[in-house]
Design a protein around this ligand. Structure first.
Ligand code: GTP
Ligand code: ZN
Length: 199
């Protein structure tokens, strides 16, 4: 008997074993050359794209620096992200824009991108990523306010189902001074002007 045969079906890794079965169940041959290592590849990829489940987002924001007199909005925009929609397990991807007004401490800029990755690398809905980013920064860094906009294209709306390529979903979450009842909100308006490079 060819010892290579049924390799993945008896693999120690349960993700590998289950994908071997899924390939069979869709009517494909998991033993053919092109697919023989696919369950192993998918298991490795799943551990990468869902690695955020095993990371603590609050740890990322532990190290901060003195605010150095910063009183205005700091924006990090166009942070690219790739996530997986929890309803269909297909990708949604786009850009995140984060603004905050420091209180006494500022955050290292790279930490915002790390925070985005931790939340994106989980089965997600776009609204939750947006809220989680704001809530975590507000809770750990305690700035005067945080605002986050996420823009994304959802493959579950383009490659399947309703099939509307190019449709864009925008979500927004706010805290502190960005979230006051006063309308129009000065800080929110200023954030969007800065985002459009008008300031
Ligand atoms: N609010 C929200 N909905 C999402 C997100 N990602 C996917 N969805 C939606 O989740 C919904 C799941 O709807 P269901 O009716 O349970 O599933 P379905 O029959 O596959 O839906 P269709 O996509 O309409 O074919 C769909 O309307 C998706 O567009 C997201 O990030 N946020
Ligand atoms: Zn979906």
């Amino acid at each position: 008997m060819n010892t290579k045969l049924k390799h993945q079906s008896v693999a120690d890794d349960p993700i590998e074993r289950h994908f071997y079965e899924i390939i069979q169940l869709i009517g494909e041959d998991p033993e053919r050359e092109g697919l023989i290592e696919t369950p192993k590849r998918i298991a490795k990829m799943y551990r990468e794209i869902f690695s955020g489940l095993h990371e603590n987002p609050e740890e990322i924001l532990q190290k901060t620096f003195p605010a150095e007199g910063t009183k205005d909005i700091v924006i990090v925009q166009d942070i690219p992200f790739y996530s997986v929609c929890e309803h269909h397990f297909v990708p949604f991807f786009g850009k995140v824009h984060i603004g905050y007004i420091p209180n006494e401490r500022i955050v290292g800029l790279s930490k915002f991108a790390r925070l985005v990755d931790v939340f994106a690398r989980r089965p997600q809905v776009q609204e939750r990523i947006t809220n989680e980013i704001v809530n975590t920064i507000q809770k750990v860094v305690n700035p005067l306010g945080v605002i986050c906009v996420v823009e994304a294209e959802h493959m579950c709306m383009t490659m399947r189902g309703i099939k509307k390529p190019g449709s864009l979903t925008r979500t927004i979450a706010k805290s502190g001074v960005f979230d006051s009842d006063e309308l129009p909100n000065y800080y929110e308006e200023r954030f969007f002007k800065m985002l459009n490079k008008e300031i």
